[in-house]
Design a protein around this ligand. Sequence first.
Ligand code: SAH
Length: 249
Amino acid sequence: FSSEALSLGPFCLQGAEAHHLSHVMRTKVGDEVVLFDGSGDEFDARVTEVGRKGVQFVVTDQRSIDRELTRSLELAVSLPRGDRSEWLTQKLVELGVSLLTPWQTTRSVAVPNAKTVQRLDRQVIEASKQCGRNRLMRIGPPVSFCDVVSADHHAVRLFAHPGPPDPNSSARATSLVRLSDRLRDRSIRHVVVGVGPEGGFTDEEVRQAQQHGWQAVDLGPRVLRTETAAMAIAAWLMLNWPESDEVES
Ligand code: SAH
């Protein structure tokens, strides 16, 4: 991965990625590699020099390969601690999510900061290399509960919340299967999903989200960990996503 824009011709890769290529992958002069810069294109390149300052290439071919979902899927997640957030980030990259926003809710355990974002950005690059995705999932700046729920966008907005025992409650959650028809609507361009912390959303948060038009989604009778809930819902949406020829351009 190059954080600098790539084009045909000579190019020098530096920093952590060059170190990985020369010391971990043990690249040699003449090796052929595929590079990407997050723009959506892929580049064939040949190693011409492995030096102390970086790895020199000549970029020989550029092609556009679209491995994105046909519409954008964003997740706002009250992040779990440490490596569970890193794992979640990798899986969401693989599933095609376009934006992961660290979400500060009342019961959040980890307070996300700039360092969190940096750490997760690293995971995005690793996972993109692994799955061949050549656009980077963005890690948004950490935001408050209110900022997310009150954002005025035209997306379909869902939040994962176990169905309450009282079926007559106004907070009743629906299942994803019941939303299938609505989600097949070809004019939908964005879906945003909120997932709460281990302690769950507070009643007040549920009320506020619903007041702003968010739809509660039930993922079954078991209590899932935050990262499992986020992954399950992203996977379901990804697998039920319309194909490109079904989506209005
Ligand atoms: N004790 C909490 C559980 C939180 S689990 C509670 O009762 O709400 C962490 C987050 O994962 C939840 O806030 C929710 O967003 C999601 N989640 C976990 N299990 C779920 C389920 N069965 N249905 C819907 N969302 C779920």
